[in-house]
Ligand binder design. Structure first.
Ligand SMILES: [Zn+2]
Length: 63
């Protein structure tokens, strides 16, 4: 799995939302949430979803 393509449009940045903050859903445990260094981000403008552990996640609002 690639983890999806991150939004590269800086003008979309105000529209980025955190879907899963510091968590991960894994098929191996029945899709329960587990702690992770990574967060799942969605751009509500172009619909891209990606996972990252970049520092900017702390500045983004929850979805
Ligand atoms: Zn976007």
């Amino acid at each position: 799995m690639s983890g999806g393509n991150a939004c590269r449009n800086k003008e979309h940045r105000p529209h980025w939302r955190v879907l899963l903050r510091n968590a991960h859903r894994s098929a191996f445990n029945g899709y329960r949430l587990t702690a992770s260094a990574y967060s799942e981000i969605q751009c509500t403008q172009c619909g891209h979803v990606w996972r990252t552990k970049a520092a900017y996640v702390a500045t983004l609002p929850n979805a």
